[in-house]
Design a binder for this molecule. Structure first.
Ligand SMILES: [Cu+2]
Length: 479
């Protein structure tokens, strides 16, 4: 089994990157029908080691669902497991009844069918299990996949969209293994507090991966699908990343950045122009914010953040076919809600009362250990009621010494500011998940334009799955 230090030493890049198959749906009455079968199987991540896994239409992870803006789609989710599960469409703007959260449980042997319209711009979304208190474990075992929405802008000249050829998805996850080859998800109190960290990086379920690039320009569509690890991505040759998209779609313009930090649940789209026989590595570098530590975070900041440097994948160019190398100055127009339009501001306080040494040493159970605004998740309690059609500011304050990725279901938002300063360049598009750093405040703004349903809630929560499972989640309805 890999040792603790193998994250940094993983780099022989012996294995060709697995590309999740596309699932385009079949024509049915009222739109495209997607059949998704949740199953169990075995996977070989480490040479000669068999690992029991979960997957959708396969042994580990799921196919890349692809559709277009304005499509009408039906998801037919069959649960072939012997345990309940759910599939949540992360990033999609849809009715709460279709959301696939903890209220839409699919019992073993049954089929959950839900239909909705794709009412949003092209974007890289994803789907994953969202079973109450078991999201971390089911996602870790493999219940996740990509959900790709395309439109005219996302396929415009200069933006590669030949899936698996010059448009390459990267689902980054970290895992650790037991001696018998199974995933190790025996959580310690440390795992719950800090979030689960693995010592092997998998990309699309491939350990030590490389990919051979065939065109001059490649688009990388990257999801941080890890339970809790934060990646600060950069090229090992020091060149800039050309960022064109974030969670909810394209940015207004390409941004050249040396590093991009990606928290759990966040996505980023990057363009890579390569020369013949060039080889580079996409790396993860130490997270400056977390490694800095301050105040009460001094003790734990380094443990919680990403302090390691390690390779994620090697990208090898051989003989390259010509690409359209136009780089549009303007990509799209992102909705520009202003603070003056907001009907109200809601406050969300991320708190970890057990973060003190007493809690760490006490070995108390996980359920209800964490909360938002002092309350742990309760499926029978609606925490917030939002008026249909209103624009709101949500002010998220983090008083803990860890960074938390805050995710809101059902909407895409814009980040207004971080501690009064403008958001980072790659955060200026639409987002559904935003990193809130230790001892800091992030304000987001969005419009709750559709889908009134006073009975069925959407979730908002920390996307560190161990925190979510421990109660750092709440519910809102639109009415
Ligand atoms: Cu958290």
């Amino acid at each position: 089994m890999p040792s603790r230090s193998s994250l940094a030493a993983a780099g022989r890049f012996a294995n060709p990157l697995r590309i999740p198959p596309l699932l385009e749906g079949v024509p049915g009455t009222g739109g495209k029908v997607y059949d998704l079968n949740v199953t169990s199987g075995k996977s070989e991540f480490l040479s000669g080691v068999s690992t029991p896994t979960l997957g959708i239409n396969g042994a580990y992870l799921g196919p890349t669902i692809r559709c277009r803006t304005n499509d009408r789609v039906t998801m037919r989710v069959r649960n072939s497991l012997t345990e309940p599960t759910t599939l949540h469409w992360h990033g999609l703007h849809l009715p709460a009844a279709s959301d696939g959260g903890p209220h839409q449980v699919v019992q073993p042997g049954t089929v959950w069918e839900t239909s909705f319209a794709i009412k949003q711009a092209a974007s890289l979304c994803w789907y994953h299990s969202h079973l109450m208190e078991q999201t971390g474990e089911q996602v870790l075992r493999g219940l996740a996949g990509l959900f790709l929405i395309e439109d005219e802008q996302s396929q415009s000249p200069g933006l590669p969209s030949d899936y698996g050829v010059d448009d390459i998805p990267l689902v980054i996850q970290d895992r650790r293994f037991k001696a018998d080859g199974s995933f190790d998800y025996d959580l310690t109190m440390h795992d719950v507090m800090m979030g689960y960290k693995g010592n092997v990086v998998l990309v699309n379920g491939t350990a030590s991966p490389h990919v051979v690039l065939r065109r001059q320009r490649t688009r990388l569509r990257i999801l941080n699908g890890s339970n809790s690890r934060i990646y600060t991505l950069g090229r090992d040759d020091g060149a800039d990343l050309v960022v064109i998209g974030s969670d909810g779609g394209l940015l207004e313009q390409p941004e050249r950045l040396r590093r991009v930090r990606l928290g759990p649940g966040e996505r980023v789209e990057i363009l890579l122009d390569m020369q013949r026989d060039q080889s580079i590595r996409l790396m993860s570098y130490p997270d400056r914010v977390a490694a800095g530590g301050r105040g009460p975070g001094m003790m734990m900041g380094g443990m919680a953040g990403n302090i390691e440097t390690f390779p994620v994948i090697e990208l090898r160019a051989e003989k390259l076919e010509t690409s359209d190398l136009a780089l549009p100055e303007r990509l799209i127009q992102v909705p520009g809600w202003t603070a003056a339009q907001a009907a109200r501001t809601r406050i969300f306080l991320l708190d970890m009362p057990m973060m003190g040494m007493g809690g760490m040493m006490g070995g108390a159970g996980m359920g209800g250990a964490m909360g938002i605004n002092g309350r742990s998740m309760d499926m029978d309690r609606i925490d917030e009621r939002v008026s249909l059609g209103s624009i709101e500011i949500w002010r998220i304050r983090n008083t803990t010494p860890l960074a938390h990725p805050f995710h809101i279901h059902g909407v895409q938002f814009r980040t207004l500011d971080r501690d009064g300063r403008p958001p980072l360049p790659h955060e200026r598009g639409l987002k559904d998940t935003v990193m809130v750093d230790p001892d800091s405040t992030v304000r987001i703004i969005t419009e709750f334009s559709d889908f009134a349903d006073p009975k069925r809630p959407y979730m908002y929560h920390c996307h560190i799955l161990e925190h979510e499972d421990a109660g750092m989640m709440g519910q809102f309805v639109v009415e």
